[in-house]
Write a protein that binds this ligand. Structure first.
Ligand SMILES: [Zn+2]
Length: 216
């Protein structure tokens, strides 16, 4: 470590992306305590969708994970993405029956991306794809800002709200492909089902999903 980096670390100590404890230089983005005590999901956090085949997730969306993801989305913490990606890529590698040709993501609307400064699902997908020696393919466009799904109650309300919000990008990239769709979280699955519907309508063979965290 150069004197300059050491000096910077002293001024701006690196913190665990999950619990925000100050890290020493050997920790890569998350602390030793979180490595053993995060709410890791069982059975790859696997759940079925109505339209997508299934979704896997390394973590449950509780406590420290929830707070971390909220900081990632709303407090200019785009540098969390490579740390999250390590967990997500490992979950994808370990899952025995997850097959895909292309990796894509659930995009924000251009307006929302501009406001936030980054598209958090795209950053997560890019960092994950890079670990898997792959790259991302744009398959979806969010043409209508549907408002926050999190402010709506049940699955029926959420499905109605999100219906028609996405359109397919270039169908040549989608046709006959097995798509792995990446997002940050899954709650009712309405958003991922809507995206899967658009992709299947555009000719995709199958859609599986991988997210960082799911509800318990
Ligand atoms: Zn931690």
């Amino acid at each position: 470590m150069s004197f300059f980096t050491a000096f910077l670390d002293l001024l701006f100590p690196k913190k665990c992306v999950f619990c925000a404890r100050v890290l020493n230089s050997s920790n890569e983005g998350w602390c030793n305590k979180c490595k053993v005590s995060l709410p890791f999901a069982e059975n790859y956090g696997r759940q079925s969708g109505e339209i997508f085949d299934f979704c896997i997730a390394p973590l449950y969306y509780t406590d420290v994970v929830r707070h971390s993801i909220l900081r990632y989305k709303f407090r200019d913490s785009s540098y969390y993405a490579p740390v999250y990606a390590k967990l997500l890529a490992q979950c994808i590698k370990d899952c025995p029956d997850l097959n895909y040709d292309i990796i894509s993501w659930v995009p924000l609307s251009k307006e929302r991306e501009h406001k936030r400064g980054y598209d958090q699902a795209l950053l997560l997908a890019e960092a994950t794809a890079s670990i898997l020696d792959n790259e991302v393919t744009a398959t979806l466009i969010k043409s209508r800002d549907a408002g926050a799904q999190s402010e709506l109650g049940d699955k029926e309300q959420r499905s109605k709200n999100i219906s028609g919000a996405y359109t397919a990008a270039d169908p040549n990239n989608i046709k006959n492909k097995h798509v792995l769709l990446i997002d940050d979280i899954i709650t009712t699955g309405s958003t991922l089902d809507e995206c899967a519907k658009v992709l299947l309508d555009a000719g995709a063979q199958s859609v599986v999903c991988a997210v960082l965290a799911r509800g318990r």
